[in-house]
Design a protein around this ligand. Structure first.
Ligand code: FES
Length: 432
């Protein structure tokens, strides 16, 4: 496991789970979401097992930029337009709660936690920012409009969220996993009334939580219709300015900035997985022009599940599956969303009500314009007779020249040059 955040050698290794077992809650997936779910169950003395198909934190978690903020682009005006101001207020309350939980936990953990202000800037559209600010002011949140932005280019201004945070996610996880019951190299093949089938036995649980980034069970929930995946690129620079905050463009194609120690992390070049778009080159060109003294020291890429309405799917996997739960569709805001998932799901699996559950319910209305786009895109790529086929649902794969991978434009599975699975929802390698 190579990561900007931590040397993999410092992470513990866990055994494979063999034989048949029973437990209260089976958490599937050892990224930050699964780990936080397990941590919360552990603290409440609820029996659980966490299983990871590979090594823990070896997927998306190790490639996050680790911004802990309730400012998720210009989401509040969007939610207010779709579902009303009270839902926007609830989304804010939920994410501020997740932020406060990190703050509380990080009090006693050495994980480079820092309180920082967060900014969403716009290059040209002041009106988008003022609409967001109006919604936030209606909700009663102390966001402000800032015009003096220290970035090396002109902006129309930015919305500032005070007192947000960032940290080193792997240092944080390294501490909270100490007492957890974790098994690695334990892939779940299927789940039925008889339990979760691994390659070496069965785990029978009262409840199951799927935290595998993209949910791997296709027969329920229609996640392959209600999500697509997006790739983003990050370069870490030295000899670059400290902007003392976290900055992101409101436009999906813009750049983001955040400092960590004496590094500046610049994100950008995002595109839909399997589609043409930017990559590290976009960031490199920008830096060469605007901050030529900066030295590139590390680069990485990440992948995010995008929901239909910009709100994550956290809750019951589908209406027909009372014992199966899911957390996915974090729309690039994985830190607060993973904490929130652990808060909501640890309540739901123990039969408690949770005030945020209905807003994040995966069974909410799917009728959004993005659904049509997802269906059209999948149909076109399934019918395309050319190219290698994705083992998930058979779409035609595209070659990603920047990363030397085969990427699926339908739901975002990715494969190495030799066919080895990198990113789900596919569950196996390419056929030779
Ligand atoms: Fe679904 Fe490729 S990821 S068909």
């Amino acid at each position: 496991m190579e990561s900007f955040w931590l040397n993999s050698d410092t992470f513990p290794q866990y055994d494979r789970l063999k034989g048949n077992h029973k437990t209260g809650v089976l958490v599937i997936g050892g990224g930050i979401t699964g780990i936080l779910c397990a941590y919360r169950l552990h603290k409440q003395n609820i029996p659980y097992i966490l299983v990871e198909a590979d090594r823990i934190c070896n997927g998306i978690t190790k490639n996050t930029t680790a911004k802990i903020t309730s400012q998720h682009g210009l989401i509040y005006n969007k939610i207010s337009q779709m579902y009303g101001t009270s839902k926007a207020a609830l989304y804010l309350k939920a994410n501020e709660y997740a932020l406060s939980e990190y703050k509380h936990l990080c009090n006693t953990i050495d994980c480079d936690y820092e309180t920082k202000d967060s900014y969403v800037y716009s290059l040209n559209y002041r009106s988008k920012l003022t609409a967001e600010l109006d919604t936030l002011n209606n909700i009663g949140f102390p966001a402000t409009y800032e015009t003096n932005i220290p970035l090396p280019f002109h902006t129309a201004g930015a919305i500032k969220f005070p007192n947000q945070a960032c940290f080193n996610p792997l240092k944080f996880i390294q501490e909270i996993i100490r007492e957890l019951k974790i098994f690695e190299h334990t892939r779940i093949i299927s789940i039925s009334k008889k339990g979760a089938l691994t390659g070496h036995g069965t785990i029978l649980a009262d409840k199951y939580i799927v935290c595998t980034h993209f949910p791997f069970i296709n027969t329920h929930g229609s996640y392959f219709l209600k999500m697509y995946q997006q790739r983003s690129y990050v370069i870490a620079y030295k000899n670059a300015p400290d902007y003392n905050g976290m900055y992101i463009d409101e436009s999906g194609n813009g750049l983001s900035f955040r400092n960590y120690k004496d590094y500046l992390l610049v994100g950008g070049g995002g595109h839909k997985t399997g589609k043409k778009g930017g990559d590290w080159q976009v960031i490199s060109s920008f830096m060469k022009k605007n901050l030529p003294q900066a030295t590139k020291v590390y680069q990485f890429a990440t992948q995010d599940c995008m929901s239909l309405d910009g709100i994550p799917y956290i809750g019951q996997y589908s209406k027909n599956c009372p014992d199966l739960f899911v957390a996915t569709g974090f729309n690039k805001w994985g830190m607060t969303s993973s904490m929130l998932s652990s808060i909501i799901l640890s309540d739901l699996v123990t039969g408690k009500t949770n005030q945020y559950a209905s807003l994040f319910s995966p069974s909410r209305n799917m009728l959004h314009p993005q659904l049509i786009t997802n269906i059209y895109n999948a149909t076109v790529n399934i019918l395309n007779p050319f190219g290698k086929r994705c083992p998930h649902l058979g779409c035609s794969l595209k070659w990603n020249a920047a990363e030397h991978t085969w990427d699926c434009p339908c739901h975002g599975s990715r494969f190495a040059d030799d066919g080895k699975l990198i990113d789900n929802p596919a569950t196996g390698n390419l056929k030779k």
